[in-house]
Design a protein around this ligand. Structure first.
Ligand code: DAS
Length: 365
């Protein structure tokens, strides 16, 4: 059924939006475009959402990356009512096996689809383990305002109360919704809409696994989106990075801090060719006194040192607080968790080696 909005002329529609909230016409339907269903492409990469277990009670024992994209679409027969959807199987892997080459290949395909005037939105089905890293990478490098929505699931489709089909339905609804445009790369799971920048997998065996330290952007219920926040950091069309200009990504590693830590891992990463090391520090990204000389030496050799925090449930690493970052020429990851800091460091290093420029980038993205 077409709602009132779909027959309103744009001028009249604009007029209704000027009315006080109580008098506005009803909220735009979830997937309505001017005169047709939206066209959404689903890029399938694998993961649990494409997983299969031996029996319905096997909600945690299964094999990821088994079900092809055609079957994923067939398992949600309600999709054609939301959008004209078609699927592409770009990979079939568990996402813990994503490497830089997968990020680049996926990013290039997304950019091609986003440039296609016949495509209104893109959904990426993805394993949950590194979904947050892919989502942030695409946030940084996709120069489009079209919705790009990543979706996964915590249970395989063969399990009782599988969460994948409804997650996929919601992802297509969000990707086809005009209101989703310009809000950056999005992640939908468990009825929530998260920013691809903020969200991370906070729990490893529950359907409410994905959380954002600053909260979700909104919710999607029965295919309708409800927005409550907007991203505050630069993304997509407002980014200075572009996947079409990135031929390769430099090596950046993460060293996890704990009591009794020494410089072994850092020197090994440097030996392996790392251009930056993210220090997943205790508390405010703290660096043990015994480790400082190693990090200073590595900085002298040209590596960038990025202080992040292993305490990544919200908050941010303060520059020049307990560590003299200006004196040591170190960077701070701001509120990014270590794995997201690594993604930004890789992308930023494709553009600049200058510490001040790199720190600006960490403040802005
Ligand atoms: N191994 C996990 C992955 O592919 C399965 C999942 O949770 O999606 O990320």
């Amino acid at each position: 059924m077409k709602s009132l909005l779909s027959v309103l002329s744009p001028a009249l529609l604009a007029l209704t939006l000027l009315l006080p909230p109580g008098l506005q016409a009803e909220e735009p339907a979830p997937t309505e475009t001017a005169d047709r269903l939206p066209r959404v492409v689903i890029l399938a990469t694998g993961g649990t959402i494409a997983g299969a277990g031996a029996g319905a009670a096997d909600s945690a024992t299964y094999q990821a990356a088994k079900v092809p994209v055609e079957q994923l679409l067939a398992n949600v027969p309600q999709l054609p009512a939301l959008a004209e959807v078609r699927g592409e199987q770009i990979f079939q892997i568990a996402s813990e096996s994503f490497g830089n080459e997968q990020l680049l290949a996926l990013g290039r395909r997304v950019a091609e689809l986003a440039e296609n005037p016949e495509v209104d939105g893109i959904v990426i089905t993805h394993g949950t383990d590194t979904l947050e890293e892919t989502a942030y990478f695409l946030t940084l490098v996709e120069r489009t305002d079209k919705p790009i929505v990543l979706v996964g699931s915590m249970r395989p489709g063969t399990a009782l109360s599988a969460d994948g089909p409804l997650n996929l339905y919601n992802a297509v609804a969000v990707a086809g919704n005009l209101q989703s445009r310009g809000k950056g790369v999005l992640v939908t799971l468990n009825d929530e809409i998260h920013s691809g920048r903020d969200v991370s997998k906070a729990l490893n065996i529950r359907t409410d696994a994905f959380q954002s330290p600053w909260g979700p952007l909104g919710m999607v219920v029965e295919g309708k989106s409800y927005w409550f926040r907007l991203p505050a950091k630069r993304h997509t069309l407002n980014s200075e990075f572009d996947i079409r200009q990135i031929a390769s990504l430099p090596r950046v590693d993460i060293a996890y801090a704990y009591g009794n830590l020494d410089g072994t891992a850092y020197r090994a990463f440097a030996q392996a060719g790392a251009r930056a090391i993210v220090h997943a520090g205790t508390g405010n990204g703290s660096v043990a006194a015994a480790l400082v000389p190693t990090l200073q030496a590595l900085r002298q050799e040209g590596l960038q040192i990025v202080r992040a925090s292993r305490a990544d449930r919200g908050g941010f690493v303060l520059r020049n607080a307990e560590q003299p970052d200006d004196k040591y020429d170190w960077l701070v990851a701001h509120d990014l968790n270590p794995q997201k800091a690594r993604i930004l460091a890789m992308v930023a290093l494709t553009r600049t080696q200058d510490s001040r420029e790199l720190q600006r980038i960490f403040w802005e993205y």
